[in-house]
Ligand binder design. Structure first.
Ligand SMILES: Nc1ncnc2c1ncn2[C@@H]1O[C@H](COP(=O)(O)OP(=O)(O)OP(=O)(O)O)[C@@H](O)[C@H]1O
Ligand SMILES: [Mg+2]
Length: 248
């Protein structure tokens, strides 16, 4: 089933065109990579999908429904982990932080508690429940932010550069969380130029450069378009993800 379809999306800030005719579609339960050099328009695309910005032209369909002018629907159906995810924690403790999202959705106390417990268990965050988010490591904190977004149970989870500033262990932690998310049936949009870390996991890849779609298709085919679009080409066996199995 097609969960998301974007048609000829364009966006500009003042005179500057930031996105131009971006089109792609995504099946439910799939993981899509969005790559492109700095300034390509990746974060802008996610902000529009999330409903934080209005496209100038084009249409956005979620589960077949035209949501182009329905920012509220997009806010509910999509979850966004921001590029600067560390500023996304607001609670005094891990537990409180996760429960903010579901509380804002005006769920009952019991529903908030259930959603919070569920994602804490899902991401093995229970040992941290009473700790302040600022006391977590970078990788743990990134996982907390993903958990916070997931607690609102969005259909589509969007992650903007989730590996930035993380060491090997941190990347492993976050990548395992993404794999688990996908296994649970969520549709995931992953923006990152660190393609060697996750490309083998992706069902499809979208490359944008200068605000335009330059490629949309299989991840295998995407590889040959990386170099000309300023993305570091994965060396050799980028399909080898055995490091994910290693103990952390
Ligand atoms: N509100 C705005 N006003 C003016 N320019 C903007 C605005 N929002 C984004 N831009 C510009 O649009 C371009 C795309 O920005 P965006 O943040 O989407 O890039 P990106 O692909 O996420 O890059 P990076 O890999 O560095 O995160 C940039 O040149 C940015 O400066
Ligand atoms: Mg960005």
């Amino acid at each position: 089933m097609e969960i998301l379809r974007v048609e000829n999306l364009s966006f500009s800030a003042g005179e500057k065109t930031i996105l131009e005719n971006v089109s792609f579609s995504l099946e439910k339960g799939q993981l899509m990579a969005i790559c492109g050099p700095n300034g390509a328009g990746k974060s802008c695309l996610l902000r529009i999908l999330k409903g934080l910005q209005r496209p100038k032209e084009g249409r956005i369909f979620i589960e077949g429904e035209d949501c182009t002018r329905k920012e509220k629907t997009r806010l509910l159906k999509t979850g966004l982990v921001f590029q600067d995810a560390d500023v996304q924690t607001i609670g005094e403790t891990v537990e409180r932080d996760i429960s903010f999202g579901p509380e804002n959705l005006r769920l009952s106390k019991e529903e908030v508690r259930k959603a919070t417990e569920h994602v804490m268990e899902f991401f093995d965050l229970q040992p941290f429940r009473k700790r302040g988010p600022e006391t977590l490591s970078g990788g743990e904190r990134r996982k907390l932010v993903i958990a916070g977004v997931l607690a609102m149970d969005p259909e589509i989870v969007m992650l903007d550069e989730p590996f930035a500033n993380l060491d090997y262990r941190g990347v492993q932690t976050v990548l395992k969380a993404i794999v688990k998310l996908r296994e649970s049936g969520k549709t995931v949009l992953l923006v990152s130029h660190e393609v060697e870390k996750f490309l083998a996991l992706c069902d499809s890849t979208l490359i944008i450069n200068g605000g335009r779609t330059v490629f949309s298709g299989s991840s295998e085919e995407a590889v040959s378009h990386f170099k000309e679009n300023g993305i570091l080409q994965p060396r050799g066996a980028f399909k080898d993800l055995s490091y994910l199995e290693e103990e952390s």
